[in-house]
Design a protein around this ligand. Structure first.
Ligand code: TEU
Ligand code: CA
Length: 579
């Protein structure tokens, strides 16, 4: 981190900026199952990650976030935890973990783990006890209810993974709540014993020296009193009940308690995964003085191509919509809370295929997307493979998919719902989470160098052209561009702490914005599509010229009046320091 920057920069028009290492960091998300397999069983593992730490150090990232590595039957790829204190057999041992943590710290990087506390696996000892009898001491560690008199579930909530959010348990004649798969029973956070057990587990990992948590669906841990039915359309048996289990007032009580009993005792970072939050919610979850979380993942831009929130009914999106969403988050959190910045993760399609061009302009658009994201205010997250321009991987058969969300959708809409298999497969190919979960592409050897065995999921056939080995060797690769992008963040505090201001809000092809810190101003201009629009600096942005800090094309400064006016090439982006 730059030390030249005065301890607390004050800008003329904003409160003093409070520095923090997690505000100045870039996070790299590792999906361990698909990152690197060191023992040839076709599944990524911790020793595989250790073997690639120098690659990550070269990229210049500061923090590694691992998706869950705890013991799990993998119904939802590790998000169904059977034992919070044990490493998943497929990933290795606790000794492997201790070595990984040591090696990450030895390289000056930090390690953030995934906290999955809204639910456990149905094989977790707590749930095995809880379901064994109605008067078992663990009964109210989960959410059990009688069915309705007419034989229906306790309420009509829809699961995130299709069908009812309730499963009937014959042995005790009651239903248990599972917002996700039926093998992921929701914990009852109203029970102080549950909270204490989670806090104790968090301390175990923090005392080992990890540097923070990404908190899975943390805004769902509090449910509305009475678990009321959700408004349903005529004939709809199950309906979206998010207004009764997301962002409930009580969730802040639980997070304040977590902060008081655990978080505030460590120098860590926390990011809440909070589907359905607004900026107003985010100010409650991540406000500088709220003593809850450091930041949250918002999802408004992830729903931009969904119809009524249904990702499986894709719709075209406009750049003006995307700019408006991201600008609102930039402006409404500035000086009050901290943004996270991401285009994709293990639950989303690959950003390049969704927002860029994974064809002839793959390299230019990947660099452009990275620039637009990383030059904004907030902590950026790079999802594994994004730095080398990996793309979606449409499988031709449902049998090639591994994700429980996809298979539940297929069962619900095709096998039981009678919908057209070709149409359902098409939206799965577009939006399915497995697009992001195909193995990391290390080189052009079989299985992209990910494994010497049979990969647990197919490798994207474009690995021969798109892989780390090629990226390292090519000075113009997306990888080396990311390195320069990350260096700018380290060398110039304005990238971290500058105020964002959108230009040309109505432009449907160009995304342009400035960052201002004290008397320094940077200009970011990006052509989001394949046309060649002319960028004109609005007259209210006065400048006598600019220094080109970064560009994804060769720019001949002599030829155009940059940065006041220049024509953009397909997916071209430029960053200027204005004079
Ligand atoms: O995802 C929570 C979440 O919001 C999901 O609904 C996700 O956004 C959705 O699947 C996209 O359509 C978290 C984890 O990131 C996800 O991998 C898990 O499956 C889920 O929680 C349950 O733990
Ligand atoms: Ca392995």
């Amino acid at each position: 981190m730059s030390t030249a920057f005065t301890e607390t920069a004050t800008t003329t028009h904003k409160p003093p900026i409070r520095r923090a290492w997690w505000k100045e960091a870039v996070v790299y998300q590792i999906y361990p199952r698909s990152f690197m397999d060191a023992n040839g069983d076709g599944i990524g593992d911790l020793r595989g990650i250790i073997s690639k730490l120098d690659y990550l150090k070269l990229l210049g990232v500061d923090v590694l976030w691992l998706n869950p590595i705890y013991d799990s039957p993998n119904d939802d790829m590790g998000y169904d935890i059977r034992n919070y204190y044990k490493i998943m057999d497929e990933f290795g041992t606790m000794d492997d973990f201790d070595e990984l943590l040591r090696e990450v710290h030895a390289r000056g990087m930090k390690l953030v783990m995934d906290l999955v506390a809204n639910h456990t696996s149905d094989e977790h000892a707590w749930f095995v006890e809880s379901r064994s009898s109605r008067d078992n001491p663990y009964r109210d560690w989960y959410i059990w209810r009688d069915g309705k008199p007419d034989g229906r579930e306790p309420n009509n909530w829809l699961s995130y993974f299709s069908g009812s959010a309730w499963a009937y348990d014959e042995r005790t004649g009651q239903y248990y709540l599972h917002l996700f798969s039926r093998r992921q029973p929701d914990l009852n956070w109203e029970n102080p014993k549950v909270r204490e057990a989670i806090f104790e587990m968090m301390r175990f990992w923090l005392d080992k020296g990890i540097d923070g948590f990404r908190m899975d669906v943390i805004n769902a841990i509090a449910k509305a009193e009475g678990l009321p039915d959700a408004p349903a359309k005529p004939g709809q048996r199950y309906a979206w009940g998010g207004q009764y289990f997301l962002n409930q007032p009580k969730v802040h009580e639980y997070l304040r308690e977590m902060h008081d009993k655990v978080l505030r005792h460590y120098d860590i970072m926390t990011v809440g995964e909070t589907g359905g939050v607004t900026t107003r919610d985010a100010l409650l979850f991540a406000g500088e003085d709220r003593q809850e979380l450091n930041m949250v993942f918002q999802f408004e831009h992830m729903d931009i191509d969904a119809t009524d929130g249904d990702k499986w009914r894709p719709r075209p999106w406009k750049l003006t919509e995307l700019k408006a969403i991201m600008t609102r988050w930039q402006n409404e959190l500035y000086g009050k809370a901290w943004n996270s910045l991401y285009w994709t993760n293990h639950d989303q399609p690959r950003a390049l295929s969704r927002f860029g061009n994974d064809g002839p302009y793959r390299v230019e658009s990947a660099k452009m997307l990275a620039t637009v994201l990383h030059m904004m205010q907030g902590t950026p997250y790079i999802f594994q493979g994004e730095e080398i321009g990996m793309t979606n991987c449409p499988f031709d058969s449902i049998d090639d998919y591994r994700d429980v969300e996809i298979h539940n959708l297929w069962r619900d809409r095709v096998l039981q719902g009678g919908q057209d298999p070709a149409e359902v497969l098409r939206v799965i190919q577009l939006k399915g989470r497995d697009n992001a979960r195909t193995p990391m592409q290390w080189d052009d050897s079989p299985n992209a160098g990910f494994t010497t065995g049979t990969p647990w999921i197919k490798v994207n056939p474009n690995y021969r052209e798109i892989n780390v080995k090629q990226a390292l060797a090519d000075p113009n690769s997306i990888f080396h561009y990311y390195r320069r992008l990350l260096e700018l963040r380290k060398q110039h505090p304005i990238v971290v702490y500058g105020k964002y201001h959108l230009l040309l809000p109505e432009h449907e092809e160009i995304w342009a914005y400035t960052r201002t810190l004290e008397d320094e101003r940077w200009l970011v201009v990006a052509n989001f599509f394949g046309g060649t629009p002319v960028f004109e600096l609005p007259p209210d942005v006065v400048c006598s010229g600019g220094e080109l800090m970064l560009a994804n094309y060769a720019v001949d400064e002599a030829l155009d009046e940059a940065p006041r006016r220049f024509q953009l090439r397909p997916y071209e982006c430029r960053v200027y320091r204005l004079r």
